[in-house]
Write a protein that binds this ligand. Structure first.
Ligand code: GLY
Ligand code: MN
Ligand code: MN
Length: 439
């Protein structure tokens, strides 16, 4: 399953229509990053660049010039080079860029200084996002300044810099059918990995062994981790961004796993929390069921017409009321919500946009107001409660219970569609599943 060239072409057309004639957009590919000495991090294409091109290589620049007769979509990329390709892998070359990636014209990246200023000349507006790649920012500024310096000799230079993110990131916020198909596939792989971890888990296992179940499942289906997996047993489940994943899992504790794959560049984001030995203690179950109730309440609010913050407000209400009922918070509900008394146990928000980036682009507010939810937006629902050891006023039996439940939700014209809804999350279902599959 892949996003087809027609879909990339549609996106470019739509962007160019919004940019209007008299403009030019410049989008650089991601850079390769050194991990240590001669080893690189796995290359991950820049999300904006990928969204518009599907071109998978570094050292490339996409240029859109709406209305230009000879070529509106120009790609600069590395040239073919048999020796380099023998060492470092295949390259499309300019010919492949036009033949396989739909560029109207393509040039070697080494020629960009000679060609790009000419494409900018006579354009009024440059759409470019500053701040992502500082060296490239300097080059863009250099090209414009070069044109300005030649103004006396009749050269026309752009008047205006416009940040490309505004329109491009708004486009990315609304997922198309082909994007949703890929996201459903990413979700299926990730759900399979969580189920596999529930089957494999037993006391004495190391957190890293559970992480390995995810990596195996992702890779065998062509995915990669969308973010560093969090596998936290017991007290580690109360550390929000715990990524060491290197401690043995103890009988009687919970394990919180926030792990999901990226497939065809699209992310999923799933958290499940289950008992290492397959049975929740009464306190673990009480907190688990409260978080689940809050999550379901939040998801029910992920409907077109509600504003972005409604699901979070709903989750906070349910969690706070539940904590009062369990005796973990004291005081009037309204006051605890207003003064954010719940933050001792629930210190993050209930979700974020999801797409090419796990924390995807798109504004959460329009002016001072929370944005209205619309069909096609995908967001996470991820309330949690974290009771660290030593929390004052909280009896010991509640310590080290860290629970988060996270699913990915598509806003539709009707009911919210939980893309990751096929993965079990009722406490009883999880216990039954772990019992059935215990080795
Ligand atoms: N896995 C990152 C998050 O839940 O936002
Ligand atoms: Mn998330
Ligand atoms: Mn997550």
């Amino acid at each position: 399953m892949q996003i087809r060239p027609q879909e990339f072409a549609r996106r470019r057309r739509e962007l160019m229509r919004m940019m209007g004639h008299g403009s030019i957009a410049i989008v650089p590919a991601a850079r390769e990053k050194i991990r240590n000495r001669d080893s690189h991090y796995p290359f991950r294409q820049d999300s904006d660049f990928h969204y518009l091109s599907g071109f998978p290589e570094p050292e490339a620049v996409l240029v859109l010039v709406p209305g230009r007769r000879q070529a509106e979509y120009i790609l600069f990329c590395r040239e073919r080079d048999p020796l380099m390709e023998t060492w470092n892998g295949r390259r499309a070359g300019p010919e492949g860029a036009t033949r396989e990636y739909g560029a109207d014209d393509a040039f070697p990246i080494g020629d960009i200084d000679d060609i790009l200023p000419g494409l900018m000349e006579r354009r009024e507006r440059v759409f470019y996002t500053m701040g992502n790649y500082s060296e490239f920012d300097q080059r863009v500024i250099g090209w414009v300044n070069g044109l300005r310096a030649q103004a006396k000799s009749g050269m026309h230079s752009p008047e205006e810099f416009v940040s490309l993110d505004h329109i491009l990131h708004d486009m990315r916020l609304y997922k198309s059918k082909p994007e949703l198909a890929v996201m459903r596939r990413a979700a299926a792989i990730s759900m399979g990995a969580h189920a596999r971890a529930m089957r494999a888990c037993c006391p004495g296992m190391n957190e890293s062994e559970l992480e390995a179940e995810f990596l195996h499942e992702f890779r065998r289906h062509g995915g990669v981790p969308a973010y560093n997996p969090i596998v936290g047993g017991g007290e580690n489940g109360c550390i929000l961004h715990y990524v060491e994943n290197n401690r043995p899992l103890q009988d009687g504790e919970l394990v919180l796993i926030d792990a999901a794959c990226e497939y065809q560049s699209y992310a999923t984001d799933i958290t499940r929390t289950f008992p290492v030995n397959g049975r929740y203690t009464p306190e673990q179950r009480a907190i688990y069921e409260l978080v689940l109730k809050a999550q379901l309440a939040a998801i029910a609010k992920m409907r077109a017409g509600n504003h972005w913050n409604t699901p979070h407000e709903e989750a906070v209400k349910v969690l706070t009321a539940g904590l009062v009922k369990l005796g973990l918070l004291k005081g009037p509900l309204g006051r605890l919500i207003k003064d954010e008394g719940y933050k001792q146990f629930y210190m993050h928000r209930t979700g974020h946009w999801l797409g090419l980036d796990v924390h995807d682009v798109g504004d959460y507010k329009v002016g001072d107001e929370w944005r209205e939810l619309e069909p096609g937006m995908v967001m996470t629902a991820e309330p949690g409660l974290y009771i660290a050891a030593g929390t004052r006023g909280v009896p010991k039996c509640w310590w080290n219970i860290g629970v988060r439940i996270e699913d990915d939700v598509l806003v539709t014209r009707g009911e919210p569609e939980v893309l990751t809804g096929a993965l079990i999350k009722q406490a009883d279902e999880i216990e039954a599943y772990m019992r059935r599959t215990a080795a």
